[in-house]
Structures are given as C-alpha cells and as structure tokens.
Design a protein around this ligand. Structure first.
Ligand code: NAI
Length: 246
C-alpha cells in the first residue's frame, strides 16, 4: 500500500492508537498533521515523523470546537497543499454506572466522539467533495456494538459514529469520497490501562487470540482503509478485536 504524496490528518494522535496510525500512514508515504488537545505531545510525534523523511506538523485542536477544527483543516491544506485522508480518532472515557452518570460525563463524551467526528468530517468533506477524492476513517469501538457496563455515554457515542459513518458514506460516495469505520476491541493504551487490573484480566481472557490488542493492530486496518486497496469499500465497519464478539 503506497500513500506517497497523500496528505493526512489524524486526530488524537499525540499518543496511543492515534500516534501509531500517524506513524504507519507516514511509513507508507503520507505527510501527516498530528492533531491533538496536547500540543507538546503532538509536536513530539510530528518531529519523530519528520525524522522518517515525511512532512509533519503538530496542531493543537479540540475536535469539539468548530473554529479550531476549521483552522486544523485550513492549516493542513495551506502547509501541505491538499487533504486526502482524515482519521477521526480523538477520544475520551468518563465511565460511571447509569444511575450515577452525571450530565457532564454524558455531554463530554458525546461532544468529543460524536460532535468531534461530525465537525471534522464536515470540514474535510467540503474540500474532498471539490477534489472528488478522499478517505475518511472513523474510530468507533466494539462498545458501540455490544455495549459496555459503566459506559452508556461511550457506547452510545461509538454506536452513533457508526450511523454517522454510513450516512456520510452514502452522501459522499458519488464524489469519490469513502467513509468507513474501525471498531477496535480491547487495545493496550492509557485508556485501557485505567481499567482496574482484575477487569483487564477478565477482558483479555475472553479474547480468542489470547492477547490484548496493540495500537499497531488498529493502525494496519486504518492504513488499509486509507489506501486504494479499499477503493470499493464505503460505509463499512471493520472489527479488529482478536476474534472477540464474532
Ligand atoms: P488515549 O487516551 O491513549 O489517546 C487519546 C488521545 O485523544 C489523547 O492524545 C488525547 O489528548 C486526545 N484527545 C482527547 N480529547 C480530545 C479532543 N477533544 N480533541 C483532540 N484530541 C483529543 O486513547 P486510545 O486508547 O489511543 O484511543 C484512541 C481512540 O480509539 C479513541 O477514540 C477510543 O475511544 C478508541 N478506542 C480505544 C480502544 C482501546 O481499547 N484503547 C477500544 C476501542 C476504541
């Protein structure tokens, strides 16, 4: 899969899955805007990508903030001349049981995942429609399919991302823009390291491949969906779970 000359934005790319996606896109030839709330982290990843010989910039963005998202897309096009690939990966959890979940916990998670994905897709699609090409990959979660205890907010948001992916895919197909989603299972990052060890071990024991996923497992699926190897795919959801929830 050759992404030479392609320009990508990856949100939430200062660490975890997003960081790995940004690297793997760059290793396949893409130039990458590393977008994150964490400017310092984004700058560090961009610097590492530049050492691979690719162009890369760290950009501070809150994906739930329209002016910041508009600036992120404008900045990318100004500096790199185009936008071919958008990966909506930024995410948070604010876990609580339903009877204890606050409105703030609910609203924050919906804002980052659903509004963030909406705003980024919208800003990128304006450009991609005109150019009649583009790949958008949204990071959902298997939680959006099966529901997780303590994650009514997160499971709802991740299911919502699937609906948004399909609606956008239908709208944009005739403009040559593909919109797909990836549903990771249980992946070893700071997000899942926050899960109590006992629960982590139970979750890992349920995985047929007998190991927790690593960010690279997800990055490989994203690179596939960003490349011309997936040109006849749109509106699909790829589950990357080590066989869990078949
Ligand atoms: P992480 O917590 O390691 O990294 C998330 C990144 O997103 C951080 O760099 C953070 O600063 C950034 N971020 C958070 N809110 C933001 C905002 N409003 N604007 C811009 N950046 C923001 O998380 P991880 O595990 O790498 O997750 C990445 C994505 O994968 C998330 O969407 C998550 O929901 C999803 N996912 C993760 C799974 C896992 O097992 N780790 C499983 C399924 C989905």
């Amino acid at each position: 899969m050759d992404l030479t000359g392609k320009i990508a934005i990856v949100t939430g790319a200062a660490k975890g899955i997003g960081r790995e996606i940004a690297f793997l896109l760059a290793k396949h030839g893409a130039d990458v805007t590393v977008a994150d709330l964490d400017q310092e982290g984004a700058d560090a990843v961009a610097e590492e990508i530049r050492s691979l010989g690719r162009r890369s910039r760290g950009v501070q963005v809150n994906v739930a903030n329209r002016p910041e998202v508009t600036a992120m897309v404008r900045d990318t096009i100004e500096h790199f001349g185009d936008l071919d690939i958008l990966v909506n990966n930024a995410g948070i959890t604010r876990d609580a049981m339903l009877h204890k979940m606050t409105e703030e916990q609910f609203d924050e998670v919906i804002a980052v995942h659903m509004k963030g994905t909406f705003l980024c897709m919208q800003a990128a699609a304006i450009h991609m429609r005109e150019k009649r090409k583009g790949k958008i990959v949204n990071i959902s979660s298997i939680a959006g399919k099966v529901g997780n205890i303590g994650q009514v907010n997160y499971s709802g948001a991740k299911a919502g991302i699937v609906g948004m992916t399909k609606a956008a895919a239908k709208e944009l197909a005739k403009y040559g823009v593909c919109v797909n989603a990836v549903q990771p299972g249980f992946i070893d990052t700071d997000m899942t390291r926050a899960v109590p060890e006992k629960v982590r071990q139970i979750k890992i024991a349920e995985i047929p491949m007998e190991r927790i996923g690593v960010p690279l497992d997800i990055a490989k699926a994203v690179v596939f969906l960003s490349s011309d190897y997936s040109d006849y795919m749109t509106g699909t959801v790829l589950e990357v779970t080590g066989g869990r929830y078949m």
